[in-house]
Design a protein. Sequence first.
Length: 291
Amino acid sequence: MVQVIAEIGCNHKGDMDIAKEMISVAARVCKADVAKFQKRNNPELLTAAQYDAPHPVVSNAYGETYGAHREALELSIDEHQELLAHCQSENIEYSTSVWDLTSAKQMAAINPRLLKIPSATNLHWNLQEWLCRNYAGEIHVSTGMTTKKEIKEIVSFYERFDRAGDLVIYSCTSGYPVAFEEICLGEITRLRELYEDRIKAIAFSGHHLGIAADVAALALGAQYVERHFTLDRTWKGTDHAASLEPDGLRRLVRDLKNVELALERKSADILPVEQAQRDKLKWRSAESQAA
């Protein structure tokens, strides 16, 4: 069945109460399958110049420098463990993206079923090699801002470590938000044609507006659909404008689950729901009625 991932990311604004509320809303109201966060070790991920530079969009900043901004949004290992426990209490799966090797080691230690490699670090081979050797769960890799040649290299990399059976590749366009003509859902078909029989699954991560494209992604064969999630699209931050609020995510989950049922082939020539109508309405010749 299609799995719907509520990408909370850093939309909790660094506030654990908000993070837990978002988990509860995603689970109870929206009926999502996974609540996903992000983990960064900022001094490892950023150069000193990047860390000390001002945020490029001051109105979205949570600190005087980009490093201070990122630290304000970062949750500790213990807090992630607490979020995992809260997910378990709400009957929704916990996951997180890992942006660097330190974060990968920290999050693998709490052993979620799946970890995500974001588009920005999908060529970080040391990070992914460590996960291949030390983490037994699914490894999901997003392919925004990634060339076709690089995607081929990623799949081959996991095959060399005998982990392609745990690899989920996401069709993705990196932008916030993405225009409809830039979603490029045809990439799902291309990825399926090239890699479906070599990896665990093909998925879709969307940064667009509305929910129509996600239903199309399901119809094209995406087995995971990931959307950014927020409680309020007007909150300060880069991702909120490209996120779904609770009612949007609720409708997305509803539509995906219903359309998945609708995509089934007929289990019999005449379904039970059709039989009474057939008996009442179906034209048959006198000869066939006599027979």
